[in-house]
Structure formats: structure tokens, C-alpha cells
Design a protein around this ligand. Structure first.
Ligand code: KG4
Ligand code: ZN
Length: 339
């Protein structure tokens, strides 16, 4: 069996995977999440994350030892992400590549998220994509492995980040996405929060104004009652989630309309990134896909958030194209440009 070993350390998940080059089968995958370690700070502390990667990655690597002789390449997330955490994975990958005399493959993290749709299958192109993570909110059009264009992105915070910030303001812990979603499930959308860029025809995302509106509601409540009770939190989470998703849907609609006018350049639409685990978002996107006659592609829930399996899947394509990275050329600085 010919395998690629892939490493992911762009944020707060230490993960390593083994992917079969010929069949895309995921032979091994493990992830050690640091969420609880950062929870007290309401967000990821880069230096702490880096130190935890240095502890966790070797523990996972140890388990891949029986497969050492089957390895054909070493892949690693090279950008974008937190500098100090990316470095941990990149250093490990470079060491393995050098010591085992195997080619090195640097993988763009966002492309990895896109390929989480194709973990155990061939790619489907052309494809429209909504990428919603902690660092990015983007609409993409993918024609092929190396022809992926950004149609629009967020002007400020990302969708996932806005959930994290709302959770922090309500002292709910980190990461905010799943917690805010579970609070929203029990709440009523009784607060009138703005839907960002609603009146504008602007084809872009923005979440900072909505986050600010949430902050004002919290400040008013504290003035009124000196404390925030559970019902208040649930209702505010629900109102926030409704506005945030309505905003996503309004901009997706522009994207779908444009695609329909162009005799459906893409007939498949994927939603990827950590926040694509949001069930309400999944439901709304499915409705939109059904309306426009487009097939929805989703990653399995466990592979929405950061993981090395998606990095390995991209690396299989790079390997087949013989697209390798020079050992001293890997990017470790985040860049906005991609693919
Ligand atoms: O893709 P990911 O694991 O990391 C980045 O590449 O940034 O995404 C993590 C983000 C966090 O901001 C987290 O709060 C958000 O995804 N997230 C969610 C949900 N689950 C995770 N956001 C909204 N609803 C969720 N259920
Ligand atoms: Zn990610």
C-alpha cells in the first residue's frame, strides 16, 4: 500500500492522518483537540497552542510507526494559520521528509477544507463552495484542483469567529460555535438584531456590526438586571444565529442567482469549514440547493473542523501531479491569496 502521511497544526487541533494514494482510503486518523485548554481564555492562545502541538504531534506520530515503510510522501498544512502553530507541523514534516528521504507536500489549509468533501471519493467539479471557518468566510468557485477562485469574502470577522466572540461575551466558553448553536436551539429570536449588509447590494460578508449589536444587548441587560440569566442567553444566541445565517443566505442567494443566469456553471454546491457543522445552516443551505436544483455536498460532521485527513486528501492530488515543495520553501506565514 502506498501512503501519504499528513500533518495539521494550523490552529488548536493536532492531527495526523495516513491516506492511501490509490484509493483515497483513510488508513489512520487521529486528532488531539486543545479546546478545553483554551476555553478559560475565550479563544486560542497561540503560544500555548504551539506548546501543546509540540507535545501532542509526537504522541500521534508514534502510532503511525507500523506504516513507515509504506510512506511515499509527507504532507503538511503550510498556510494560512497561526504562525507559531503552523511551524510545529512544518518542522515535523521537514524532519520526516529529510530523515526518510520522502518528498514534501505543503498544503493550503482552505483547499484542505474544500477537499473534506472528497475524503473517500473522486473530486466533483465544477463546484460552488461556501467556506465558513474560524478564520475565513468565503464563497468560492472551483473549476479543478488548481483553478479555484474567491468570489467574495468577509470584510472583517468570520462567521465562526463571530460565534466565538458572542460565546465569550456571554461567558459560555470556547469554541463558541457548538455552544451558541445549542443555546439557540432552546431560545426565541425575540431580539431585533441587524442582518449585515442587508440593504446593500454589496456582495460581501461582514459580522462585526452584528457582534456589536449583541454586545449592546448584553450591556443593556446588565444595566437592567445586573446579571444574565439562561433564558436571556438562549434568546440572544437564537437571535444572533438567525441574523448571522440570514446574512450568509442572502449573499449565497446572489451567488446562486448568478450561477443560474450562467446556465448553471456548477451543479454541485459544497459547504465546508468548522462552522459547516451548524445544523441550522445545513438545513437552510439544503433548502436553497433544492430551490435552485443544485446538489448539496457536505463533509461528514467529524471532518468539518480542522483535521489532517483533508490535508492528506489534497496531498494525494499533488502527489499524482508530482507537485512537491522544496524543503526550504514552505510558507509559514499566513497569506490572504490562496490556491
Ligand atoms: O475550520 P475550523 O475548525 O478552524 C479554522 O480553520 O478556523 O473552524 C472553527 C470554527 C470556530 O470558530 C467554531 O466556533 C466554528 O468553527 N464552529 C461553529 C460550529 N461548530 C464550529 N460555528 C457555528 N456553529 C457550529 N455548530
Ligand atoms: Zn480550518
Amino acid at each position: 500500500m502506498n501512503l501519504i502521511l499528513s500533518i495539521e497544526s494550523s490552529c488548536d487541533d493536532s492531527s495526523i492522518a495516513l491516506t492511501a494514494i490509490d484509493t483515497y482510503d483513510l488508513i489512520f486518523h487521529q486528532k488531539i483537540s486543545q479546546e478545553t485548554k483554551h476555553s478559560a481564555f475565550g479563544g486560542v492562545v497561540p503560544e500555548l497552542a504551539s506548546r501543546l502541538h509540540a507535545e501532542s504531534l509526537p504522541l500521534i506520530l508514534e502510532k503511525t510507526k507500523p506504516y513507515l515503510n509504506s510512506l511515499k510522501a509527507i504532507a503538511v498544512t503550510s498556510e494560512p494559520g497561526l504562525n507559531v502553530t503552523l511551524l510545529e507541523g512544518v518542522m515535523m514534516a521537514k524532519t520526516l521528509s529529510y530523515a526518510l528521504n520522502l518528498p514534501l507536500i505543503g498544503v493550503n489549509h482552505l483547499k484542505g477544507h474544500l477537499y473534506s468533501l472528497f475524503l473517500k471519493q473522486k473530486e466533483i467539479f465544477p463546484l460552488g463552495v461556501l467556506l465558513v471557518s474560524g478564520g475565513h468566510t468565503m464563497l468560492l468557485e472551483a473549476q479543478s484542483f488548481d483553478k479555484i477562485s474567491i468570489k467574495t469574502q468577509s470584510l472583517d470577522d468570520s462567521f465562526g469567529e463571530s460565534f466565538d466572540k458572542v460565546a465569550k461575551m456571554l461567558s459560555l466558553g470556547y469554541p463558541g460555535g457548538p455552544i451558541v448553536e445549542s443555546f439557540a436551539k432552546k431560545g426565541n429570536a425575540r431580539f431585533t438584531l441587524p442582518i449585515p449588509l442587508r440593504s446593500k447590494k454589496q456582495f460581501a460578508f461582514s459580522f462585526s456590526g452584528l457582534k456589536n449589536a449583541v454586545r449592546l444587548e448584553i450591556e443593556e441587560e446588565i444595566q437592567r438586571n445586573a446579571t444574565l440569566n439562561e433564558v436571556f442567553k438562549e434568546d440572544l444566541c437564537k437571535s444572533f444565529q438567525e441574523s448571522a445565517i440570514a446574512h450568509l443566505m442572502q449573499k449565497c442567494k446572489i451567488f446562486f442567482e448568478e450561477n443560474a443566469r450562467n446556465s448553471k456553471r456548477w451543479k454541485h454546491f459544497g459547504v465546508v469549514g468548522g462552522a459547516s457543522a451548524n445544523l441550522v445552516l445545513r438545513e437552510r443551505i439544503l433548502e436553497m440547493c433544492n430551490f435552485y436544483g443544485v446538489e448539496l455536498l457536505l463533509a461528514p460532521l467529524e471532518f468539518c473542523a480542522d483535521n489532517a485527513a483533508m490535508i492528506g486528501r489534497v496531498a494525494v492530488e499533488s502527489y499524482k501531479r508530482k507537485e512537491f515543495s522544496a524543503i526550504d520553501f514552505l510558507q509559514t506565514r499566513p497569506r490572504i491569496t490562496m490556491f
